[in-house]
Write a protein that binds this ligand. Sequence first.
Ligand code: SF4
Length: 355
Amino acid sequence: MNFMLLTRIKEIVEEKGFKSFKAKQIADGIYKQFVSEFAEITTLSKDERAQLEGESILSLEVFRVFRSQEDNTIKALLKLRSSGKLIETVLLNPKPGLWSTCISSQVGCAMACSFCATGTMGFLQNLTAEEIADQVLFWKQFIRKESIRDSESGELAKLSNVVFMGMGEPMANMNAVLDAIAELTNPEALDMGARNISVSTSGLVPGIKLLAENFPQVNLAISLHAPNDELRNKLMPVANKAFPLEKLAESIRWYLEKTNRKIFFEYILLKGENDSLELAAELVEWFKKINAPHLTHINLIVYNKTDSGHEESSRNQAREFKEYLTKNGFPATIRRNLGRDIMAACGQLVIKQNQ
Ligand code: SF4
């Protein structure tokens, strides 16, 4: 694995002729104190700090920040230093004491899911592993700089969870995603728990295999959204044509056998399209093929309106759909949406020309 920032720190120390133990001091400043600039690392001498002026820690820089008025969600628009392109990342506080970030793995996305704003951008670029992991470091720095506090502890928010559910299909950029996970979990770098990281995919079978082989402790989330190929081809044309539901079920059975880890299934409820009880019954039949109700959990997501033409299901319909699944032995919950007012919720991330 290639530890990007740690490697760069060592290179900088050599280039500048600093003593080798300075690499550890710099790494501590970046990964323990979350400094935004080398000048803030007080264990370096004035002269050393002056020599590092102009060097940037992150591979991306902040472009705009949006704060929700409804909850504690914050969305950041970040500019990649390499190409100048913009990506979005979100800081979420689903409940007191729990802070999580939703990060991007690509600029745009080629999967063209019909309900997703990112899909309308098409695919523009893969992010590097460094650009992916730096989104987490960005939020750690942001929390410190802006003094974002947790309402329960009163302490600075402790960002512990990472979800690959921002812009892009992570498993279409899997090498970079795997390297980024290695960076996030590296005890010398961000030192996050693998069990606190989740990768969400539209169902790319080779990526599911790679995740299980490399990081069996990382959580897998699969966007399902339809119980049959006809409907899934409409909603998720690229992913489902490549890996139809039968193939996906086969890969899930293999994954469960290998990891014995629970899989989370995302199902976005679209009014009059995939939210009927007939389709809930089909969904139950599909889950029976996997035959592991104790290792599957269905997250029903109320659709966040964009200009895609889809409508959100009523609360009542969502509840009935959920009850049907649960009654038939497949646990489901309805997920609360955060950051809707700043277009930070699931499926709403998009870069507009005028941003
Ligand atoms: S839902 Fe995910 S995979 Fe589908 S277009 Fe959006 S970002 Fe891509």
